[in-house]
Design a protein around this ligand. Structure first.
Ligand code: GDG
Length: 482
């Protein structure tokens, strides 16, 4: 371990010095296709380095103290950590994905808490901390990502590391009453309160965190703020005009026989509201609305976390629903729902998005939802589609010109689908231009810089939320004094 890094504090106010060190459960290695929002966003945010990105290697090893696997791409270095199989299972499948994921998405009913899984979560975080401590230089800024690694900051402090350490939560922060269903909620809040900066996707998430701290009389050692994540807008705009995207668009359009397309792209996850969306689409088919029968709905849903029983269940449910709805409504020449359990390159997805007159993004709860933003960025300015967006996606706080819906209200979603299908070109363009201005005003680079500036410089960084047209003023008013 680098003893120096334990002892020498980085001078406060020292801007832009040293590396940015990202830590996340998985890293996005160059050339890998990523279907998770975090990996996609961080890969874009880190494009111009210099930096180090540390995460799990994807490999199990009985002796997890082996030297880290290292690789480099340009100015970004990767350090990969093996983990023992049983510990990984308890930390990742047991605690992160069967306790924190459902709880933070307001699904207390799906929480399966075991004390030993919680202990393994801390043990793995200590392993991450030990691995990272050996890599750190005194002027590095550490940025920890997501719910798997909430305790990492505290573990690093316990090792004597006094670099600046920030944390960003990619998923929603639930209200204190929901959080308190977790037996160890106080300890979790205490770990969050250790960071120099704790970042959340929305004002609502930030408020929930601050309320919980107040309720438990926990004093944060650092600051907190809302930093809504963005996408690489220009990259998606360019991607949607690439040859691959045009080919994908042409082929998909040709298969529609003159009908228009509604699209959803989601990891197959119960938080994404897919069964509710399928039922709402059926409601639309049965509504007798002018557009009923004129739309084909394409749902791309790459499977994820397939070991977790709740994910197997939602997959079975969707297969049943797609079969049922198509069985009742298909015609010899037309199938209303195309349900595809596969992942595609970003360029093809952009082509699919551009083909679709309607983007149907209706999660029951979502930290942000990058697909909603990607759908918009892929549209043609001459003939943009309409985004139908759940008000429970973090993106709804920004994207107020979308058609915002309650995903639990199948009739309302069916109405919105019809309204989107019939929306005049002028209104579609007005809404789209307003939404694109917001996306451009807060792309993934703004997000990363906004967070890192605030982490490095304290309170004098640009306020990333105030800079967003349409966000409530003072969205960062909840910043807590150190
Ligand atoms: C978490 C939070 C938050 C999807 N299918 C394919 C594919 N994707 C890409 C999308 C998008 C990403 O994966 C999914 O991001 P989301 O934000 O929609 O959702 P989560 O994976 O749940 O992400 C979320 C996010 O972190 C960032 O903070 O917004 O709330 O849950 O970029 O395009 N990419 C490719 N093929 C696919 O088939 N290449």
């Amino acid at each position: 371990m680098n003893i120096d890094s334990r002892r020498r504090p980085v001078a406060r106010g020292e801007a832009d010095a040293g590396r940015t060190v990202l830590v996340s459960n998985r890293v996005a290695l160059p050339g890998e296709t990523q279907t998770g929002g975090l990996a996609v966003a961080l890969a874009a945010a880190m494009e111009d380095g210099p930096g180090l990105w540390l995460g799990w290697s994807g490999r199990m090893a009985s002796d997890a103290r082996l030297p880290l696997a290292r690789t480099r791409a340009g100015r970004l270095e990767y350090a990969l950590l093996d983990l023992p199989a049983d510990e990984f299972d308890a930390y990742y499948h047991g605690f992160a994905n069967r306790v924190l994921w459902p709880l933070f998405h307001y699904r207390i009913d799906l929480v399966d808490y075991h004390r030993e899984h919680h202990e393994a979560w801390w043990r793995v975080n200590r392993r991450f901390a030990e691995a990272l401590a050996g890599q750190l230089r005194p002027d590095d800024t550490v940025w920890v990502h997501d719910y798997h690694l909430i305790p990492l900051g505290q573990c690093l402090r316990e090792l004597g590391i006094d670099n600046r350490i920030g944390f960003f939560l990619h998923i929603p922060m639930p209200p204190p009453d929901v959080l308190s269903a977790l037996p160890v909620h106080r300890r979790l809040l205490g770990a969050l309160a250790c960071y120099d900066l704790a970042g959340f996707q929305t004002r609502t998430d930030l408020d929930n965190y601050l309320h919980a701290l107040r309720q438990h009389e926990i004093r944060a050692q650092g600051r907190s703020g809302a930093f809504p994540i963005g996408i690489d807008v220009e990259a998606i705009v360019a991607c949607a005009q690439s040859d691959e995207a045009r080919t994908a668009e042409r082929d998909l359009r040709a298969s529609l026989s003159g009908r228009r397309l509604a699209i959803g792209v989601d990891r197959l996850d119960y938080s994404k509201g897919l069964p509710e969306r399928f039922r709402a689409f059926e409601r639309h088919l049965e509504s007798g609305a002018p557009s009923a029968g004129q739309l084909t709905y394409l749902q791309i849903a790459p499977p994820s976390r397939i070991q977790v029983p709740e994910y197997q269940e939602v997959r079975r449910e969707l297969e049943g629903l797609a079969g049922h709805i198509n069985g009742r409504h298909a015609k010899p020449e037309w199938t209303p729902i195309r349900y595809v359990n596969d992942s595609f390159p970003q360029s093809m997805l952009a082509g699919f998005h551009r083909t679709a007159a309607i983007g149907l993004i209706t999660p029951l709860r979502d930290g942000m939802n990058l697909v909603a933003k990607e759908y918009l960025a892929a549209q043609s300015p001459l003939d943009p589609g309409v985004l139908v967006l759940s008000r429970f996606a973090g993106a709804a706080e920004e994207l107020t010109e979308a058609l915002l819906v309650n995903p639990h209200d199948a009739d309302a979603v069916a109405d919105a689908i019809d309204a989107a299908a019939r929306m005049p070109l002028r209104e579609r363009q007005d809404r789209w231009h307003a939404l694109m201005a917001k996306l451009r005003g807060n792309d993934v680079g703004h997000w990363a810089r906004g967070f890192l500036d605030r982490l490095r410089n304290g309170g004098d960084a640009r306020d990333p939320v105030k800079a967003l047209p349409g966000m409530r003023a003072g969205a960062l008013a909840g910043v807590t004094a150190p």
